[in-house]
Design a protein around this ligand. Sequence first.
Ligand code: PGA
Length: 224
Amino acid sequence: MKIFVANFKSHQTARQAQDWINIFKSQFHSMPEKKVILAPSFTNLAIMKERLRGIEGIEIAAQDASSFPPGAYTGAVNAHQLRELGVFYCLVGHSERRRWFHETHAEIANKIRELVEQDIIPILCLDKDYLDQQIAALEENWWQGIIVAYEPLSAIGTGQPQDPEEAKKIAIEIRKKMPGIQSLLYGGAVTAQNAADYLKDNFDGLLIGTASLDPAEFLKIIYV
Ligand code: PGA
């Protein structure tokens, strides 16, 4: 099974999300060996969920979740709320969250706990520089069954993908340090031209930012 996650980041109004889905739906056909996960902003989760109803092989994901349970935490969207919307996946610890919102390893570990308790599968984003610190912050074996996305900082949003051989070395290291993860994805400047290089071996899928904003380009990546 190969997994393709589209991370729309803080792009797309509700109208733009609907336009994206309309184009995507008109060209998408389900494949039993491929799973597509779309991660829009919170405001577009329900719209996307509704528009994708009945289409096999596509799920939605949130881009973040609160590190707290439901309660007096103004502005926070918690795992219970996501679960009720039918969200079964959630990105956590994306490098942009770490960089611009100063998320700590401990906070990210709390988010993972909240999500797992609601049966939402976290997609934990990691770079090798903080791999060990992030693992240390997770409660014992909390990575079992989650999805990990290896995203080198030098590649995210830069258009400069990491050399697949270099990425392969880190993939081997991650699998050794985190036995039992459900899947390992590569993310960072993925395009239709380079996608196959990462899917050949070691990676179970891709996390796609910039190239996912164009539904035609995203479809090309899925069909490589
Ligand atoms: P990119 O982003 O594909 O634009 O490099 C990937 C990501 O941030 O997940």
